[in-house]
Design a protein around this ligand. Structure first.
Ligand code: MTE
Length: 322
């Protein structure tokens, strides 16, 4: 090591006082940050904080065109969208999917469309990615628990698929099922919900141009935590209607029973339109917390999509049909 004697040190090599103080501040900051990091690593090791999301398997998607119904609000970060997810097949905590969903095999994946249709079909999702022009729809997602996000989805209108299978005149409702595979989805080994996760829409809701089958977000394929490889997105309804990891669409004559209605009929109606005037039995729905923001904002009727969808419910008592 080269040690200089004091008389050989040039003035230019002496740290000025202000820089020295700044450096002290910087070092103090560094020590504080390292302590925080050490604590957060410890917490992570103990499983309190979820690990950073793995996005290395996501593929960039072709043919994207933007959609005029997109909101111009700032999208929530990809990391938050992935790590704050309700996906009960992997556990009831929002951080469970990030530690459990990696085991889900998402290719090949088939979505079957059956029931009251003239031409039942099987859609191969890798094929769909090649053949359809995807649209980017930046939509708000409002959860019944009172939080919301803005998500740049990629997908196709559900009605493009429904028109191809030619619904019969008896097709009044559409029932959706997620994958049932307790090996890959470990929380299905417990009876948290009556598996498979089931949702439903009225046929006109399903055909509405805002309703999409999503196969991606932020320009890439869907993260497993958010329902890869294909999920529904219905932006004017509470988030739980947007069913993940879809395997079956059945057009039916009678209103289907949904998983959440079956589990708690007084809290989760069939329609589940975002309606700030109809409180959940245990909490108000008047406000919401946008993930990443501190102050709450007022929840908008139909999650801000009233101009597009209010006519679907004309003449209906939205307190009764909540
Ligand atoms: N789909 C399935 N199969 N399983 C679920 O547990 N949770 C729902 C919905 N779709 C759920 C599901 C709920 S409660 C919400 S709020 C949204 O997914 C959340 O979607 P996101 O994680 O992409 O934000």
């Amino acid at each position: 090591m080269l040690i200089k004697s004091p008389n050989k040190i040039l003035p230019s090599e002496i740290t000025p006082e202000t820089l020295y103080h700044n450096r002290r501040q910087f070092l103090q900051h560094l020590i504080a940050t390292s302590a925080t990091l050490a604590i957060s690593n410890l917490v992570q090791a103990k499983g309190v904080l979820p690990p950073a999301p793995d996005t290395s398997y996501l593929k960039t998607l072709p043919h994207i065109k933007n959609h005029p119904l997109s909101t111009d609000e700032s999208p929530t970060s990809l990391a938050k969208i992935i790590s704050y997810s309700n996906f009960y097949e992997f556990g009831t905590q929002k951080s469970d999917p990030i530690t459990q969903a990696h085991q889900l095999q998402i290719s090949p994946w088939q979505l079957i469309v059956v029931g009251e249709v003239e031409k039942p079909g099987i859609i191969d999702i890798d094929d769909l990615l090649q053949k359809f022009t995807l649209e980017e729809r930046i939509y708000r997602l409002r959860c019944v628990e009172g939080w919301s996000m803005v998500i740049p989805w990629l997908g196709i209108p559900l009605n493009e698929i429904l028109k191809r299978v030619r619904p019969t005149s008896k097709a009044k409702f559409v029932q959706f099922n997620s994958l049932f595979d307790p090996q890959q989805m470990p929380a299905q080994q417990q009876h948290v919900l009556n598996w498979p996760y089931t949702e439903g829409l009225r046929i006109d809701e399903a055909m509405h141009p805002l309703t999409i089958l999503s196969v991606g977000l932020y320009g890439k394929t869907l993260p497993k935590e958010n329902g890869a490889p294909v999920r529904l997105v219905v932006p004017w309804k509470y988030g739980f209607k947007s069913i993940k990891s879809l395997v079956k669409i059945r057009l039916v004559e009678k209103q289907p029973l949904t998983s959440w209605e079956e589990a708690a009929p007084t809290g989760y109606g069939f329609y589940s339109n975002v309606n700030p005037k109809v409180p959940h039995p245990r909490w108000s729905q008047a406000k919401e917390r946008r993930i990443g923001e501190l102050t709450k904002r007022n929840t908008l009727m139909f999650n801000g999509y009233a101009d597009q969808v209010a006519t679907l419910y004309q003449g209906m008592d939205l307190k009764k049909y909540f």
